[in-house]
Design a protein around this ligand. Sequence first.
Ligand code: DC
Length: 222
Amino acid sequence: MYYSIAVDGPAGAGKSTIAKKIAKDIDFIYVDTGAMYRAIALYFLRKGIDGHDVEKITSECPNIRVTLGYDDQGMQQVFLNEENVTPYLRTEEVGRMASLTSAIPAVREALLDLQRDMAKTSNILMDGRDIGTNVLPDASLKIYLTASSAVRADRRYRELREKGVECDLHQIEKDIIERDRQDMSREIAPLRQAEDAVLVDSSEMTIDQVVSTVIAEFEKRK
Ligand code: DC
């Protein structure tokens, strides 16, 4: 029997930052499922396929193989048809395409078994949108991590500015609200808080506070 922790929540809530820290602290394997959807989105972008073309996307899915590996530091690496595409996944363009194409059933089916199988072979902490509600309904602990759209936009804005990228705070917040709407309103596996998930609103919390809150919740369930 392995432990599994599901962390779901909207874009920019800090899921991957806190998930990575927690996984390291308690020695769990971290699975970033958003990166898997991003890898599939990259495939469609490279082929110039329209993200709304459900028929074309569905017919391409059997040609796509996404697999995961880990480097020396334990960082997740995502392979798209054997190519390590990890460096190309964290762009706004890929994120937008992933949000669109992840609403298509064939895309979700392509990843579901792989995600579930990972939980059968190790202690894992998996983050995404539908982990507690759909992928791992029996997870040992479910966290719904959120923050106000203003706080999420502000964090993203600072992150981009630190990298020297020119950006507009209002536009970032608008994009975040649109992504929430898209992820929450799709028919299949929409983003929502599982009934048995612990709600953590990180708007007024530091990263360390969120990490210790989640670890404390896990300790209660061990
Ligand atoms: O967490 P992220 O920004 O890397 O995710 C990119 C998109 O992938 C997100 O907008 C919706 C989709 N996604 C999903 O549908 N289900 C998941 N478990 C994870 C991500």
